[in-house]
Write a new protein. Structure first.
Length: 547
């Protein structure tokens, strides 16, 4: 036996029950008697009939102490426990401490418990139970034997509820028992609590003490009592979706809403039901995956085949979006109604290959054929296959494409004179620049004064480049966002289209008339003297020379 065990898992799966069974197995009087007599055939399970086992079952054994970790979570409680551990067992073989919800202990309490776990006294056993094992410090869990408890299958929960119903002589149908088992979500304690609630509501349905057999509780009655949605009601929703019964779907939502049931829970139940339909359709043996009886699984598969996998998936995704919208909706009932109506009006999707095949058949019936390439010109191919000789008298010279209006930079509408290419470019730029300067004066007259010495460097349908000399801070003035926007407006009015305007700095123009350029302003003697003094101080500080 280990000195400490850690049982972790969901609620209601038997962690505390197994801890009590372990305590019975350790302190059972029959096992203790067999050990003293050195019997080879030692019983593996407690007898559950000796005084020790009965006291542990009733919670009054002096050596088996159950502590609630949520209520006794402080360091003072753990210190008291640490002091009590030193005493020997009163009657049994070992003293057993069962701490439930151990993850609720504080960090100080865990630290106080750590020393006891490292060097436990003889004949002391710790059993920790928790639903959140990730909150247990590694220093504690590493000194325990950890066992992970799983959720109970629906079939086992339904079987146990059936035994309880038979023992208590409660008349209830197997479908209602399966509804209770599925609603418990793997927790046997939750399933027993729901069953007790049903029996409390309909206590007169038991056959105990009555001569006539009572009518069994059906699934619809149990669902109505507990506020659940039975699978029969969900099956009716699917049938109405298949038959496109919009009125029936609206009536169903209205009944659920007026009965006080949560619309969100209804949406989640529909999601789970459509998931079961998909599993029943795609899986060969789906009885274990959907936790249904063979008859229910067969019925589920028939519904799934009527809808088809594609429509089932579309309905499932639609329900997912609806559940997300219901969380924040002011009227969840309307959201669910619209979703069900949309599910009923879904049409089957046609594959793209079928659509293309149908288009080709229509083209063939009309005598149409798609061209091999949209950019291919048959007439151009005919002209280029056998080109005529260049000196043929019947061949007309090719006509040049007319330039766009934005490329004609002349100041008048007359065509440009046949001069050299460079001179033509100069004339074009001068004509465009003149128009541009006039437009700038109209848009923003001060800007025209700063562009007096500017020149047009490049202009085409995509970009206009203007070089502005840096004299009188003309370049900085032009690059102001407001002034550059005015220049772009003037360019757009002249060219008739929006182009990119780029301004670059240039060299100030030299004075005309052969005059010599003005010499640069003399350097301030005061700044020179200041620099010399700084260098002299640096030489004295660092012991260096500037030469």
């Amino acid at each position: 036996m280990a000195h400490a065990y850690l049982f972790s898992g969901p609620r209601g799966v038997g962690k505390t029950t197994v801890a009590r069974l372990l305590a019975k197995a350790v302190n059972c009087d029959e096992r203790e008697k067999a050990l003293k007599e050195e019997t080879l055939e030692l019983p593996l399970e407690p007898c559950n009939g000796c005084p020790a086992c009965l006291e542990i079952s009733e919670g009054r054994h002096p050596d088996v102490l159950e502590i609630d970790g949520a209520s006794n979570r402080g360091i003072a409680d753990i210190r008291d426990l640490r002091d009590q551990v030193l005493y020997a067992p009163a009657r049994g073989r070992s003293k057993i401490y069962v701490i439930d919800e151990v993850h609720m202990l504080t960090s100080e309490a865990f630290n106080a418990l750590l020393k006891t776990l490292e060097e436990p006294p003889p004949r002391v056993l710790f059993v920790f139970a928790t639903t959140e094992s990730q909150k247990i410090p590694a220093t504690i869990s590493s000194r325990c034997q950890e066992f992970e408890f799983r959720r109970l299958p629906v079939s086992l929960i339904a079987e146990q509820l059936g035994h309880i119903a038979k023992a208590e002589e409660v008349a209830i149908s197997p479908q209602a028992i399966h509804l209770l088992a599925r609603s418990a979500e793997g927790s046997l304690r939750d399933a027993q609590g729901l069953f007790d609630q049903v029996v409390a509501y309909v206590g007169d349905r038991t056959s105990k003490g009555s001569r006539e057999a009572a009518a069994p509780l059906e699934e619809a009655e149990v669902a109505d009592l507990l506020g659940l949605v039975g699978r029969s009601a969900l099956r009716q929703v699917v049938e109405r979706v298949i038959s496109q019964d919009a009125k029936g779907l609206l009536e169903f939502v209205q009944e659920v809403f007026m009965a006080g049931q949560d619309v969100k829970q209804l949406c989640l139940a529909l999601m789970n039901y459509f998931r079961d339909l998909l599993v029943a359709l795609v899986a060969e043996d789906s009885a274990q995956l959907v936790d249904l009886t063979p008859e229910e699984a067969k019925e589920l598969k028939g519904l799934a085949q009527n809808m088809g996998q594609e429509k089932l998936q579309r309905c499932f995704h639609l329900l997912m979006e609806t559940e997300r919208e219901i969380r924040y909706a002011a009227s969840p009932q309307v959201i669910l109604e619209m979703a069900l109506l949309k599910m009923a009006s879904l049409r089957p999707l046609v594959p793209v290959a079928d659509i293309l095949a149908k288009v080709r058949s229509i083209e063939a019936s009309l005598g149409l054929s798609a061209p091999e390439s949209p950019a291919k010109d048959n007439n151009l191919e005919k002209r280029t296959e056998n080109p005529p000789p260049p000196n043929s008298p019947n061949v007309e010279p090719p006509k040049m494409a007319e330039p766009p209006p934005s490329a004609l930079f002349g100041s008048s509408g007359a065509p440009l004179q046949p001069v050299g290419a460079h001179q033509t470019e100069v004339h074009q730029k001068e004509g465009l620049w003149g128009k541009l300067m006039k437009e700038v004066e109209v848009v923003k007259k001060p800007l025209a004064g700063y562009l007096h010495n500017a020149q047009l460097v490049h202009a085409d349908a995509g970009e206009v480049v203007i070089e502005v000399p840096d004299g009188r801070n003309s370049y900085e003035y032009t690059m102001v966002v407001e002034h550059k926007r005015s220049l772009e407006v003037a360019v757009r009015k002249v060219l008739g289209e929006r182009v990119r305007v780029r301004v670059q700095p240039g060299v100030p123009p030299e004075p005309q008339g052969g005059q010599a350029a003005e010499p640069p302003p003399p350097k301030d003697t005061r700044s020179v003297e200041a620099e010399t003094e700084i260098l002299r101080d640096a030489e004295e500080i660092f012991g260096a020379s500037s030469e």
